[in-house]
Design a protein around this ligand. Sequence first.
Ligand code: UD1
Length: 411
Amino acid sequence: MQGTRKIQGSKNAVLPMIAAAVLCDGITVIENCPDITDVHAMADVIREIGGQVVYGEHRLEIDAGSVGTGVIEEEKVRDIRASVLLLGSLLARFERVTIDYPGGCSIGSRPIDFHITAFQKMGAEIQADNHILRCDTGGSLRGADIELPFPSVGATENIVLAAVLARGDTRIGNAAREPEIVELCEFLTAMGAEIEGAGSRNIRIHGVPRLHAAHWRLGTDRIAFLTYAMMVAGCGGEAFLETEGRVPRMERRILHRLGCQIHTEKNGLFLKQERVPRPLPYVRTTPYPGFPTDGQSLLMAVLCKSSGVSLIEEGIFENRFQMIRQLRKMGANIDYVSNRASITGVTRLHGAHVKADDLRSGAGLLIAAAMADGVTEVENEHYIYRGYEDITGQMRALGLDARVKSEAQEK
Ligand code: UD1
């Protein structure tokens, strides 16, 4: 592998920002916005409720002045789990929301009980029947003291989105600390919100009467960064990955432990792998600042060809080992019980016809495919497009041979 690539803007930061845009009347502009299907699906939901959204040249413009309802009946919300974040912002704007229970990747049961309990504390009456949620504050959304049972990313974002316009103060205890939460809070602050403690366990929000539109430039997607970095770690070679903003320490540390040399420059990271990846005796996925669950499939793919035995424990989502069946088709040696997988490195993976089960398993299979001898076909590629912009083009620019099928047939 060899090459220089710019890494796309952050999917998990932009999705809650799109939800935040409906909190004000003006035109919100987000630059460096990735061209991925999750962004387009979320934009469609905003159009569905009357907003205007224009996307081009990595610039997203949202005019939420014409958003006229807190009712989202369309099936579209089923395609995109992040649409649950509209609960918070529409509740803040209209005091009532009706929404289809949202969809997303099949990586576990993914309940939203923390979100619902928090909104009830903030004064909402909530009814749920047959996949439809009806929330109504009766005009009195108010701040509350909320202690989350687990630092859920989505629940933290949803509560923040409601609290910025609620009457009074809100405290979120055991809040998620992910960089995407920090970026959302910075964006809301640029809109006029009053937030303290983002990135810590306690976030305090002082509700304000109104917010105004903001102009924002998105930071780099740390999981997309990790995806291309894992390709270097697994295939060997070198690459310069251009980033905006810092790549978290844990992501860099894992790459280092796999044997990669890393040099941090002002505008990105230079990575070099000269050896077979080293095995990792134990990695557990945990909330930030731990190793991210979204990076687990990526890491597992690389460890399939490491020089020993590794153990991964999945600490967030129960269904994230579905990819193992697919990796075995490629010759991987992996055993698992419950949420613990033991990966014994093999010297060779071979091409196979495999199937993505969710976004990150799709990316993990592409990494394994790049490391394997022969041709691998990855089915269900639509999952991958949810979060990666032109991933095959990026891989080719880094010296790998990857094509979507129509391009491969033309070749
Ligand atoms: C977000 C990310 C996703 C990432 C995940 C964990 C977005 C758009 N998605 O998903 O990429 O993998 O964080 O870092 O940003 N839980 C409950 N009840 C709830 C909410 C969550 O039990 O009401 C549980 C979940 O089942 C899961 C854990 O909490 O076991 C973490 O989920 P959460 O952090 O909420 O993930 P998402 O926000 O859905």
